[in-house]
Design a protein around this ligand. Sequence first.
Ligand code: COA
Length: 163
Amino acid sequence: MYQVMSATRGRRRKALGAPLRVRSAAPADLPQVIEIDQRATGLAKPAYWAGILRRYGRGGARRRFLVAEGAGGVLLGYVVGEVRDWEFGSPPCGWVFGIGVRPQAREAGVASAMLESMTGAFQRLGVTTVRTLIARDNRLVLSFFRSQGMMAAPVIPLEKEIG
Ligand SMILES: CC(C)(COP(=O)(O)OP(=O)(O)OC[C@H]1O[C@@H](n2cnc3c(N)ncnc32)[C@H](O)[C@@H]1OP(=O)(O)O)[C@@H](O)C(=O)NCCC(=O)NCCS
């Protein structure tokens, strides 16, 4: 359980007005997760999120699908991540590959609390590095991850059109 109402790093955070609970996602959370994602990306992806819940929601040893719950059971955000073994030749590493916070709940420390919970789980698995991939022009998400101490990694993604 996280209480996040502090002023940190010089920028005053909004107060959420209620304690925040970061926990594993459950099937009943999916409509709110889909809504939060849709607000950020413009796309509703129910099949995608059902798949994420199936694969990551059971809190298996290396996979996590966490949500942040505020007052009255309202979901304020989600984060998905996992520990991947020896990817790109690197030792096991924690990957965060989806994070979103409800617009009205942003700048109150919700994403920070969720990431802390995720990295705590990674650390308990013995992992010492956490990575993510973000769109180069998503400055908001980049600002968030930079604020968490994340820097450019010594790997780059490559791609080619095949269809
Ligand atoms: C990025 C996001 C997850 C951050 O969530 P949040 O709960 O508002 O983040 P926090 O309150 O924990 O902020 C932590 C730090 O991030 C940075 N940050 C957050 N919002 C910021 C903003 N609007 N401008 C600049 N920096 C910001 C700050 O450094 C902040 O630290 P501070 O409060 O001490 O100043 C949220 O804005 C979001 O969901 N955005 C849309 C995500 C998206 O585009 N998804 C689609 C592709 S993945």
